[in-house]
Every structure is written in C-alpha cells, then in structure tokens.
Design a protein around this ligand. Sequence first.
Ligand SMILES: [Mn+2]
Length: 359
Amino acid sequence: MTYINRISAARGMMKDKGLEALYVTSAENVFYLSGFTGFGDARLYITPNEAYIITDSRYTVQSAHECPDYVLISGNAESPDTLDGVLPRDRNIRVGFEDEKISYKDHNALKERFGLIELCGVGGYFTGVRDIKDSSEAALIKKACVIACESFNDVLSVIRPGVAECDVAAELEYRMKKNGASDRSFDTIVASGTRSAMPHGVASDKKIEYGDVVTMDFGCVYGHYCSDMTRTFFVGRADPELEKIYNIVYKAQTAALDRFRRGMTGAELDGISREIITDAGYGGYFGHGLGHGVGIEIHEGASINKRNKDVIKENTVFSIEPGVYVEGLGGVRIEDLVLYENGVLNILTSASDKKMLVL
Ligand SMILES: [Mn+2]
C-alpha cells in the first residue's frame, strides 16, 4: 500500500500552518503515515519535498519493504542527533510535532538540541484525519469485529459455574488468535457477579458462580486495527433486578442504533440512550459516555458523550455502549461497534446476538 496520499494530506496541513517540517514520534501516527509496523522504534521527518524515516539497523530491511515512500536515516530513532543531516542549521524553522503524544522530557530534549526550531503542536491534525476511515481501514476493523464475534460465540460453551474469569479470558484470546487476530485490543474484561458493577473489571481469578451476571468486554487486533464489543449474560438464572436492568440497557442500546439520524451530534446520540436509562430510574448508574471512536487505537477520535456538541462525521467507527452499574448487585453493558457510512450506522459486531441470554 502506498502512503503518498496521507503524506500529501500532511503536507497540505503543513502549508496551512506555515510549517517547514513535521516530526512524527508516536508509534500510531508513524504507522498511519508510513505503514511501518515496528511500533515505537521509528520516527518520521517530513518536509515539503522529502519524507524520511529514522530507525535503526534492526529495521533496515523491514522499513525498506514497508515504507517505500520514505528515505531511510539509520540511527537511534529516539535521539534528535539523527536529524543533523536534514535540518538547516542557519535559520529558524517551524516544525510540527504531536503535542498530545510527546513527553515533557522529549520535548525539552528537542528544544535543547535544536534551539533554532520553533515547535508547533499539531496533534489535533492526526486525531482528525484518523477519525475518518478509508475503505481499507474500515475493512480491517470489520474483519477484527467478525473474528471477535465468532470467538465469543465459540467461548460461550466453556462458561459454567466453577470456571474462573481469567480462564474464560484466556480461552477467548486464544480463539481470537486462532481465528486470525494478531493480539487482543485491550485487557479482556470478564467481570462476574458483583464484580460486574466495575465497568472495567479486568478478568480476575474469581470463579463464575451459579446465578452470576457476567460482563465481557473485549476486542482483537487485525491488520493493526482494533475491534471492541461487550456482551452481558447470566449463568444458571437471572436476578430479577438485573434482568430488569438488562432490558433497560438493551432498550437504550438498540434505541440509539435505531434512532440515529444524519446530522446528529455526539451529545444528541448519547441523549437517546441516557434518557431511556434515566426515565427508568437508573440515570445515576450510567456514569460514562455512550461511545468512543476506534481505529489503530482502542480509543481514538470523537467521543459520543454529552459534552460533544459536534455533528458526528461520516466514515467514522465508534462504539455504542450504554451501561448500568449498581454496587453490591452487578452491572450490565451492551456494546456494538458501528461504521457510520452513507447516512446510516452499520453494526460491525452483529454476528453476536445481544438478546438476554441465560447459559
Ligand atoms: Mn468500548
């Protein structure tokens, strides 16, 4: 795949902002602009006429293969010294950098090394362009979702009283890898019984018991893109209040999917689910936003929450995941990943059913 279009777009931004160069340090943005997969071990330096990748001898062959649009500068990616040959020494230039990604220490090292450089934060540029998925990116996310759905459907058969949460997580992660994933996209959440009241209850050694509610939030990585989904189900029997909560969350989740319309803001979409949960008396137990963008990173791009007054953009991928969490009782969350395309939400995680399930 060529990255010429993404480099050209970055150069357009550089021109708009009066930048003579762009220095890219984060693994995700290096990958986005170059295709380099040695995550964390390369930097990019892009000027109006040249594009350089700075990496060391471990990646000489790999970078030549993955990044034909770039000229290699061999050296320690983390050392600003490697830029000596390409930086003008005699005049002040403005260089764009990822103000949201670089550490204070690295920023100071850059300033110290290149006293003549005026650093200009352009992190927001990457957030914006990565929020919009092209067809190749959407295809990778779709595939990651299919793998996760199928693996989850398979793993339901091993869940029974006496099986530990961490065993369920291990089984799911194994199956995702067997089905083609390179990795999980975040620490798999398996939260059973009262632990399910913790929205991010990563799998523990607790054994699943008869009568437990179980929330599983998981995803995998395919072609360096993430999937994300959550299912909640019951083992043996469902506690009556949790069953009631399940139906409220289910209604809130499907209403957001059904009632989404072109031109809605993140706050408006969040409001659809929030109103249903609030009207049912559980508004105080839905503490997080409705969703978040997903892509190269598990959280990226625009958020779907009450603070986001921006219209949701076409060709974005984001989650719809209302939840209700009652301390001492348990929690329910249902999450699908969607691709907003041609005015409609396409559910990418529909291969896994979300009607109330009692195993
Ligand atoms: Mn999520």
